[in-house]
Design a protein around this ligand. Structure first.
Ligand code: ACO
Length: 403
């Protein structure tokens, strides 16, 4: 590892690294990935164990504080999160300004950014207490805003949080309950969603997390930083990939059409990619994808969608891709998004909510990384250099003399 900052100060040399494929922008103690071995650990704990044995709020505590909570710490943390689930009633009016057909991610970027306007008492980034209150507020309120975005889009009244439910159970309740009817959250679906949230909670310096860190490096308030992260997550090469993977499975339609589709992917002149495949860091099976595949089967069995033709297409596509030299040579394996779209669809979420659910889960990762950055004595404002390739100096020519 070379400290390029020091090298630059001594020699004026700097690196050209588009996409930061080989540049570490920070030191971090939060998440470890070994992309070649397919390993993902939060604070040293393997993702498989956390998804299997813990719950999402326990993972939130772990990411924020660095250790798993004791029973008393966990109870206190759960209580503190549930105390913050409501949003200001003015927020409901803020929502009325959006078109009904607005993409919920657009609503999320705006409404999370707007939280800063409501909570002036937690925007001083130099005060650790204010930082923690802002963190709690966002972990608790972003699911409420996400459910409101969904309810608004379908013209139903907002459903208030039910704090006796688990984090995932409450989210399902706010999305699918209607005020005039009894609604009971399905425990299988709530357990599945809890796992999905855990799988997406953090992933070191991905594009949206780096966006949050860069925004935060200027001293911007935490609500604005997380809104920036949500905007970045929206892109189809990042959080929008599960929506794109599901659209691709629908486009393929049946197992018989797979060879023709794969031929298009392999065609050098086409820009078609196998969505839900490949990863910048994993050059082996994404460990989250294995758990996601299992969750997908559980949810489809519970909701009676087990014969879903899209699942058949997905499984066959995976089988073919894993034995095809094109994908093997490029180390392209299914990523977490490959099965999450089918799973969320079976749970009843519309496709444009998929990335929103990702944002709900990733909020804790963004906040943990942002806090770590603020506390890091080496932290500097993010200010990449460029390799200038434009025109050399030339003299201004008056408009009447330009040919
Ligand atoms: N399908 C087909 N070919 C692919 C795919 C794919 N999904 N991904 C990469 N390749 C090929 C490229 O065409 C390239 O081939 P070449 O060497 O013949 O030119 C080679 O693999 C390397 O591709 P890069 O784009 O350089 O790889 P990079 O690491 O930059 O891309 C990315 C990673 C963006 C995730 C890419 O694999 C992709 O677009 N995947 C589909 C979108 C997706 O699923 N994104 C979700 C990521 S996970 C997440 O955000 C939670």
């Amino acid at each position: 590892v070379v400290d390029i900052g020091k090298l630059y100060a001594q020699t004026g040399m700097f690196t050209y690294d588009p996409g930061f494929t080989s540049t570490a922008s920070c030191q971090s103690k939060i998440t470890y990935i070994d992309g070649d071995a397919g390993v993902l650990e939060y604070r040293g704990y393997p993702i498989e164990q956390l998804a299997e044995k813990g719950d999402f709020l326990e993972t939130c505590y772990l990411l924020l504080y660095g250790e798993l909570p004791t029973k008393a710490q966990k109870d206190d943390f759960d209580l503190r999160i549930t105390r913050h689930t409501m949003v200001h009633e003015q927020m409901a009016r803020f929502f009325q300004g959006f078109r009904r057909d607005a993409h919920p991610m657009a609503v999320m970027v705006a409404s999370v950014g707007a939280l800063a306007a409501f909570y002036h008492d937690s925007t001083d980034i130099n005060d650790p207490k204010q930082r923690m209150i802002a963190s709690m507020r966002m972990i608790a309120k972003i699911p409420t805003l996400a459910a409101m975005a969904y309810k608004y889009s379908i013209g139903q009244p907002f459903v208030y949080p039910k704090n006796s439910l688990s984090f995932a159970g409450n989210f399902i309740h706010m999305c699918f309950a209607v005020p005039c009817e009894e609604y009971k959250v399905n425990p299988v679906l709530s357990a599945a969603l809890d796992k999905i949230f855990t799988l997406h909670a953090d992933h070191e310096q991905n594009a949206s997390t780096s966006t949050v860190r860069i925004a935060g490096s200027s001293g911007a308030n935490p609500f604005a930083c997380i809104a920036a992260g949500i905007a970045c997550l929206w892109g189809p090469a990042h959080g929008g990939a599960n929506e794109a993977a599901l659209a691709m499975l629908k486009e393929i339609g049946s197992v018989d059409n797979i060879p023709e589709f794969i031929a298009k992917v392999k065609d050098k002149n086409s820009s078609v990619r196998l969505m839900g495949f490949g990863h910048r860091v994993y050059k082996n099976y994404d460990p989250r994808a294995k758990i996601m595949q299992q969750v997908c089967h559980e949810v489809l069995a519970e909701t009676g969608h087990h014969g879903d033709p899209l699942l058949k297409v997905a499984m066959e596509l995976e089988k073919i891709a894993l034995s095809d030299p094109y994908f093997i040579d490029r180390k392209l394996y299914p990523n977490v998004d490959f099965y999450s779209g089918i799973t969320l669809k079976a749970m009843g979420f519309p496709t444009d909510m998929f990335t929103v659910l990702f944002a709900v889960a990733r909020t804790v990762g963004w906040i943990s990384q942002w806090s770590e950055m603020i506390e890091d004595p080496h932290q500097k404002i993010g200010r990449p250099r460029q390799l200038f390739t434009g025109a050399a100096r030339r003299e201004y020519v008056g408009i009447d003399k330009r040919g």
